[in-house]
Design a protein around this ligand. Sequence first.
Ligand code: ATP
Ligand code: MG
Ligand code: MG
Length: 550
Amino acid sequence: AENTSSNFIRNIIVSDLESGKHKEIITRFPPEPNGYLHVGHAKSILLNFGLAEEFNGKTNLRFDDTNPVKEDTEYVQSIEADVKWLGVTWDKVLFASDYFDEMYNCAVKLIQKGKAYVCDLTPDEMKEYRGSLTEPGKPSPYRDRSVSENLDLFERMKNGEFKDGEKVLRAKIDMSSPNMNMRDPIIYRIAHAEHHNTGNKWCIYPMYDFAHPLEDAIEGITHSICTLEFEAHRPLYDWVVEECEMTCKPRQIEFARLNMTNTVMSKRKLKLLVDEGVVDGWDDPRMPTIAGLRRRGYTPEAIRNFCREIGVAKADSTVDSQMLDYFLREDLQPKAPLTMAVLRPLKVVITNYPENQTEMVEVENNAKDESQGTRMIPFSREIYIEQEDFMEVPIKKYFRLFPGNEVRLKGAYFITCTDVIKDEAGHVIEVHCTYDPETKSGSGFTGRKVKSTIHWVDAASALPAEFRLFEPLILDDAPENEGKHFLEQINPNSLEILQGFIENVAFKSAKPLDKFQFVRNGFFTVDSKYTTDEKLVFNRIVALKSSFKL
Ligand code: ATP
Ligand code: MG
Ligand code: MG
């Protein structure tokens, strides 16, 4: 099982099974369908599903859809697809909104027990009555309404007799509790809004702190794992389960949420990036969404290994986003076939190579694994090399192509630069070379050595392709802490689009999301959105090298 190397949550489960408190564990992953999942959710998914799998339990995928205004079936569908893609299997797909009747009945039960009341205070008044951390709250003037009056008003709330915000139902707990969450929290509010699942059946909706414990208890969840900010809500969670007399008493356990450098990790902020047009959708390859990472070429294996490495902690921290890239390289290196692509092409004409002749040369399929064999690629008189592999006036220690210098073409011949062709503005547009037929790779030639090997593609047979290179979308390492709005910290250079060429052979049957290692240029995948029958578009997943060490 994944992601469950000894951690404190695992220890709780082990002891609950050993003591016989539970025979089987049931966990849940409870996203609100108000946006696409991000890599932080992946951590929660792998934790919940990983624990259940390890202990032969079950995990429910439950949509926490109690807020009609922000939720949408597009999000429900994307979440299901993303959870599946991560490679976990759920026991049931459930919707919190299917429990609205049960939740309503629980609220009625609280009223009958004298544990809930209808309150008419305005939001401002309620805030004032609630007090502060240093000051106890004051009871609402509506706190002592009779049970029958409360039952009547709550039913009329349900029947739509009041406007949004006119009345709320509050739990009657303790206005002087040091825990602000216990000072008579709102448990139901009025919202005349259409719900993606229940339509117009309801105009009152339960608040998260009331709904969530009931959802867990109804489903028989044994361990309800959530992020740290809910720690102070736990007494209310337990209160709801207890006072509503639920037979299942789930245990809420909090862990630290995943934060990453150069990344915003909240659906609200990610939605803003989409709505403001900063990115081209939730699945933009620069987004930390699961859909974005998938389109970028990240693999479920890399994400799983990353989540396993960061583990589960009780204190918040920020992980270097390069750590995920590290696991990506580890995963891709053995799998992604080595291929030649030229991202910024410069044409080279080999003047002493016969016109209208093509020969096949042999190149390896994986630089670190001989067993993956070789393939034959065409070579002829005109080729493309990278612009950066030529300098008309070489700088110190530059060993690649320059006038008079000889280099090796990977898998082919030695070539020597003889001429430089420029346009009227003085830009180099073509380089002329001669080749030495004696020097063919694999021929055993040892006559002389060159200091540099460069990659190339055959101009006659190469396919044009677009390459998209990415940098972090967010510039600051700690956007939240600097008091700046994250939209002011967008990297203006997060996307670079290049038009170049790829060797033909490997790409006859390339499909979206196929992955390649382009010699010297990095790992790339075929973009699923912009690739057409006419043109392949590649996303750079990650560069080949990094200074990051685990
Ligand atoms: P967001 O603020 O991004 O919308 P959320 O917590 O409101 O996040 P939910 O849809 O309610 O999003 O989250 C579903 C589950 O995923 C919850 O159990 C939540 O605790 C967990 N989760 C969300 N973000 C992270 C994160 N960054 N790291 C770990 N778990 C997370
Ligand atoms: Mg939430
Ligand atoms: Mg949220």
